[in-house]
Write a protein that binds this ligand. Structure first.
Ligand SMILES: NC(=O)C1=CN([C@@H]2O[C@H](COP(=O)(O)OP(=O)(O)OC[C@H]3O[C@@H](n4cnc5c(N)ncnc54)[C@H](OP(=O)(O)O)[C@@H]3O)[C@@H](O)[C@H]2O)C=CC1
Ligand SMILES: O=C(O)CCC(=O)C(=O)O
Length: 431
C-alpha cells in the first residue's frame, strides 16, 4: 500500500454516523485537494453548492385528493459551462443528497472534459406510488416552479433514478409551452422522436462496462474468466450487465429492490427484464439461480462488484466483509468515505462513479449538440464517440494514478480539479 493511501485509510476508525452524500462528497474533496495545486479560496467555493432551489409541489391525485410534495434543484458550479445533471424521483431524496450529487456532477463533467458544470434535482416521492397521469402532472408542476432556473444554456436536467425518457419529454413540453417555442435542449435523455439521442438510455451502463473492461485489462484479468456481481437492474445495472455478458464476462449475480439472484455458473441476463421493462423482475425470475439478499450480493467472492442501484451501500459496517477483488461504481455514491478508506487499506481498487458511470452525461452532451444543430447522430456514431471519450478519460485518470500513486478516486478528482481550478483562475471568482 502507498504512503498516501495508508495515511488516508487512517481516517476510517473515527466514522460512526451514516454519511449524507454531501458529507461524503466534501470529505472526498478535502482529501483530493492534498494532491493538486489549487487556490484554497477556490476549494472553499467548491465545498458548497452555488444555489439550491426548493419548491412545494401540490399534486392532485387521480382520486381528487391533494398532497403537497417537495422538490429540489441543487446547482453546484458552472465555471466550465451550464449546470448539468439528473432529476431523481425517490422517497429518500433530501436537500443534502441533491447538493452532494450536484457536486459529483461537477467533477464528472470535468473528468470527461465536457463543457458543463454540476447540478442534481429530486422530488421526495415514491414513483411506484404514482400513476402515469400523476407523474405527468407532478413533472409539469415541478417544471413550472423551476422554469427560471433551467434552460439550454443555464441548467439542463436529465433522467436519474425513478425518471425516464417520458419524464424528460413532459419536462421539455412544459418548459417549451411556458417559453412559447419548442426548446429541445432544455433536457437530455428525451425520446429520439423529439430530439433525444440514440443510445442515451444505455449509455451509463455502457460506460460502466467499458471501464470494467479497461480495469480488468489493467489488472490482468481475462474478461471471459471474470466473475461479476451487479446490484440493481435498472438503466445502469441492466445495461452494464448485458454488455459485459455480451463481452463474455461471467455475471454470477444481479438484483432488484427485493433481493438478488445468484448462480456461480453464470446468469443469462438477457432473459431477465430490466427495471424499465418490468420493475422487481429479478427476484420474480423463477428458475434463475438461487435467491439471496442484496447484502449477501455485496459480499460475494467475485472478481468485480458493480453496485449500480442506490448510494451508501458499501459502508464501514460491511467493507471488511466485501470479498470482491475490484469495485466499479455504477451508482452515484455507493461507497461512503469510511468504506473507501477501508478498501484502500485492503488494496481493493475502487473505480469511482465520476468516471465509470459518466457515459450518461457524455451522451447527454452529444444530445445537447444534436439539439443545437437540429441533426441526429446514428447509434453507431454515438457509441463510437462514447468509446473514444471513455478511453480518453480512463487514460487521463490512469496517468494520475501512476504519476502520484493515488487511489482511482483521488486520481479522478485530481483530473477534474485541475480543469475546474484553471477555469476559475481565468474567469476570476472574486468580485
Ligand atoms: N440513469 C442515469 O442516466 C444515471 C444513473 N446513475 C446512477 O445509477 C444509480 C441507478 O440509477 P438508474 O439505473 O437510473 O435507476 P433505475 O431506477 O433505472 O433502476 C434502479 C434499480 O435499482 C433497484 N433498487 C432500487 N432501490 C434499491 C435498493 N434499496 N436496494 C437494491 N436495489 C434497489 C431497482 O429495483 P426495482 O426494479 O425492484 O425497483 C432497479 O433495479 C443511481 O445511483 C443513479 O444516480 C448514474 C449515472 C447516470
Ligand atoms: O445526463 C445527465 O445530464 C446526468 C446524468 C446523471 O445524473 C449522472 O450522471 O449522475
Amino acid at each position: 500500500m502507498s504512503a498516501n493511501v495508508a495515511e488516508e485509510a487512517g481516517d476510517a476508525s473515527e466514522e460512526t454516523e451514516p454519511e449524507t452524500a454531501l458529507e461524503t462528497a466534501k470529505r472526498q474533496l478535502a482529501r483530493a485537494t492534498a494532491h493538486v495545486d489549487i487556490d484554497p479560496n477556490v476549494v472553499e467555493r467548491l465545498e458548497r453548492p452555488r444555489k439550491i432551489h426548493e419548491v412545494s409541489l401540490p399534486l392532485r391525485r387521480d382520486d381528487g385528493s391533494v398532497e403537497v410534495l417537495t422538490g429540489f434543484r441543487a446547482q453546484h458550479d458552472s465555471v466550465r459551462g451550464p449546470y448539468k445533471g439528473g432529476l431523481r424521483y425517490h422517497p429518500e431524496v433530501t436537500r443534502d443528497e441533491c447538493a452532494g450529487l450536484a457536486m459529483w456532477m461537477t467533477w464528472k463533467c470535468a473528468v470527461m472534459d465536457l463543457p458543463f458544470g454540476g447540478a442534481k434535482g429530486g422530488i421526495v416521492v415514491d414513483p411506484k406510488d404514482l400513476s402515469s397521469t400523476e407523474k405527468e402532472r407532478l413533472t409539469r408542476r415541478f417544471t413550472q416552479e423551476i422554469r427560471s432556473a433551467i434552460g439550454p444554456t443555464k441548467d439542463i436536467p436529465a433522467p436519474d433514478m425513478g425518471t425516464d425518457p417520458q419524464t424528460m419529454a413532459w419536462l421539455m413540453d412544459a418548459y417549451s409551452m411556458q417559453q412559447d417555442e419548442t426548446i429541445p435542449g432544455v433536457v437530455t435523455g428525451k425520446p429520439p422522436e423529439i430530439g433525444g439521442s440514440e443510445g442515451r438510455e444505455e449509455a451509463p451502463g455502457r460506460s460502466v462496462a467499458i471501464i470494467t473492461r479497461e480495469a480488468c485489462d489493467y489488472y490482468d484479468y481475462d474478461l471471459s474468466e471474470t466473475t461479476v456481481a451487479v446490484q440493481g437492474f435498472g438503466s445502469v445495472g441492466a445495461n452494464a450487465a448485458r454488455l459485459l455478458y455480451e463481452w463474455d464476462a461471467n455475471i454470477v449475480a444481479v438484483s432488484d429492490v427485493n433481493g438478488a439472484r445468484y448462480d456461480a455458473d453464470g446468469i443469462d441476463v438477457d432473459k431477465i427484464p430490466s427495471h424499465d421493462e418490468e420493475p422487481e423482475a429479478v427476484t420474480a425470475a423463477t428458475g434463475v439461480g438461487e435467491k439471496i439478499t442484496n447484502e449477501e450480493l455485496l459480499e460475494l467472492d467475485v472478481d468485480v462488484l458493480i453496485p449500480a442501484a442506490i448510494g451508501n451501500v458499501l459502508t464501514e459496517d460491511n467493507a471488511t466483509d466485501v470479498s470482491a477483488d475490484m469495485i466499479v461504481e455504477g451508482a452515484n455514491g455507493p461507497t461512503t468515505f469510511a468504506a473507501g478508506a477501508i478498501f484502500a487499506e485492503r488494496d481493493i481498487p475502487v473505480i469511482p462513479d465520476i468516471l465509470a458511470n459518466a457515459g450518461g452525461v457524455t451522451v447527454s452532451y452529444f444530445e445537447w449538440l444534436q439539439d443545437i444543430n437540429r441533426r441526429a447522430w446514428s447509434l453507431e456514431r454515438v457509441n463510437e464517440e462514447l468509446e473514444t471519450e471513455m478511453l480518453s478519460a480512463w487514460d487521463d485518470v490512469r496517468d494520475e494514478v501512476e504519476a502520484q500513486d493515488l487511489t482511482w478516486r483521488d486520481a479522478a478528482y485530481v483530473v477534474a480539479l485541475k480543469r475546474i481550478a484553471a477555469a476559475h483562475e481565468f474567469r476570476g471568482v472574486w468580485p
